[in-house]
Design a protein around this ligand. Sequence first.
Ligand code: ADP
Ligand code: MG
Length: 727
Amino acid sequence: MTVDLGTRLRDVVGKAAAAALDKGLGLETVGDLLGHYPFRYAQRGEQTDLGSLQIGDEVTVVAQVRASTTRELPRKRLKGGKLGPKRRLTEVVVADESGRTLTLTYFNQPWQDKTLSPGRWGLFAGKVGQFRGRLQLTSPQYQLFESEDPESTDVVEEFAGALVPVYPATAELPTWKVGKCVQNALKVVADPPDPLPAAIRSRQKLMAYAAALHQIHRPESFESLGAAKKRLKWQEALVMQAALVRRKVEAAVEPATPRPRGGAVLEAFDAALPFELTAGQRLVGEEIAAELAGEHPMHRLLQGDVGSGKTLVALRAMLQVVAHGGQAALLAPTEVLAGQHHRSIVEMLGDLARGGELGSPPEATRVVLLTGSATAAQRRATLEAVGSGEAGIVIGTHALLYEGVDFADLGLVVVDEQHRFGVEQRDVLRAKAERPPHTLVMTATPIPRTVAMTVYGDLETSRLTELPAGRSPIATHVVPYTDQRWMSRAWARVREEVASGRQAYVVCPRVGGDEADDKGDDDRRPPLAVTEMIEALRGGRLYGLRLGLLHGRLDADEKDRVMRAYAAGDIDVLVATTVIEVGVNVPNATAMVILDAERFGMSQLHQLRGRVGRGHHPGLCLLVSEAAEGTRSRDRLDAVASTTDGFALAELDLEQRREGDVLGAVQSGTKSHVKLLSLLRDVDIIEAARRDAVDLVAADPRMRSEPGLAALVEDLAADRGEYLEKG
Ligand code: ADP
Ligand code: MG
């Protein structure tokens, strides 16, 4: 039988091992197994810091045996007074390069003491425990490195190379069992065909696919390992970019209903606008207007810092579509934001939002809000207005797209502040209409180029770089939580703002009132909670002020009521979680106190403070934290306090985040195809792969001349489809 990447594992590694690989790691085929790459490579004498082990961790460490002894333990006395069985304890002391030690213990396995002889290096895996103040592993599994003594035969398992692959493993499947299965598979598998086009391979000097698979699992040297990784990353990047470029090219030829520039309602709106558009708004507005007028759907990402006026740009695009008989949907990530968009758009439009009412201008349209909290009768009336086309602008969360809401003629979909609105969701949308609507995705989170190229790789991008004139500056300060003087001053500042007729926010990381959301992952105290903080403030520092509570667990009606009351000035201080992070716009709010500020990311803090200083009065943001000076947490807060450049903070933030968090933004259908590639560090590969993908697809849209690559691109698309069906 020939073994290839599609062969079932049970035919190669045996039934039991195959079952364990499937159950523990979800690996079913030889290709799955060979795609299960080591996450690091251990070496004899490598730097393992035994001093940094934490009790309870499952660890795999490289260490050298220093001493091993076996002794009899006193026999236990059983109930009837008889002596229990003999017990023998083997204690093996291992050390890292710097001489820190760890004890391994085995009960009644005296032979371990022979095998684990002093001087031997190996990998030891187990759960870190503690006995009489010393760290230890109880009955750890291990694999010894090749003995330096050629005569030695007491070897449990040998390594050929100097670099030992360490695999993501499970308790039943330690790294070397996975490794053994991999080696068995590598021995019998036929060299797979190379999916990378030969021209790219030779231009980039990339090693062949088969060689790369061997080298990543059984590297001869760091050089060959590096070359293997580069080659496999290239493949990931090219498949991903080819899929995105192909989507973009295909979407660009789909038919759309042209909505010419201008139109009565847009012109009336522009004429009544109380301010000048910024240069950026005009430029981006032009780009969008031209695309809406075209015969193919627009797919555009609009980036701009909080308050840069994206919503206005979007509203003008919506009006262009409405002016030509189409409808526009505005999707917000939360009901609070949807409600707020509704209010502010109705206000901005004035009479132009009174379509169908007596005495309204002839070009006026209707703006409706669809939320989960409407009564059945309200909902029916709203759906009717949407279905008849009477409602030109429809605002809601993106549930709106899934819930069988029928539009008369959906011409434009605007997605606000939704980082999770990826390729898959856009597909749902495309399936909605006979003629795909134009799409505009707006985000205030600055997205570094390579991430944009990946997450939004099928979109054109525009950026608003300036804030409208007359914006007030926001002063940000770090306030130590434990310093009573500072804290008194902070709350006094809030009272002063309220006394002069303005409003404030107090932000906490947690809702509270529920044990389940205590982040018990470390020994810090639980983060401060809004439900507790509001009570403390009501009876203490903010006594006598009108406080409101807002968090994600309130029902939609209550959220809406609170937001309205705050916007109307009936609440002085809003105590809230990050539900206010995006888009909430109350220009009279001038102060924000963020408690436990170190628990938020830098970009998130920046987003949060963007809620103040939106009016004519200067904004104040206080970052309250226990983080001591000189710690990394404190440095991050100081960075936020020192600049208002959201893009700079996003880049800093990204450097500090783990890759997984970044990839979290990529849809899960894509994630399984990106194993080695780093969206942060492999900028050069991603950009070069993008250029090659553009050329490939331009020359041969179906990639017929590259069947191997085409098949991988199809796989990626199929996995995305599967993800969609799972919902
Ligand atoms: P974003 O959505 O980018 O955060 P918004 O569109 O909500 O920003 O704009 C924030 C505020 O600035 C709104 O009150 C809006 O009316 C106002 N605004 C928008 N464009 C301008 C402009 N060119 N000049 C003055 N104010 C503007
Ligand atoms: Mg906004």
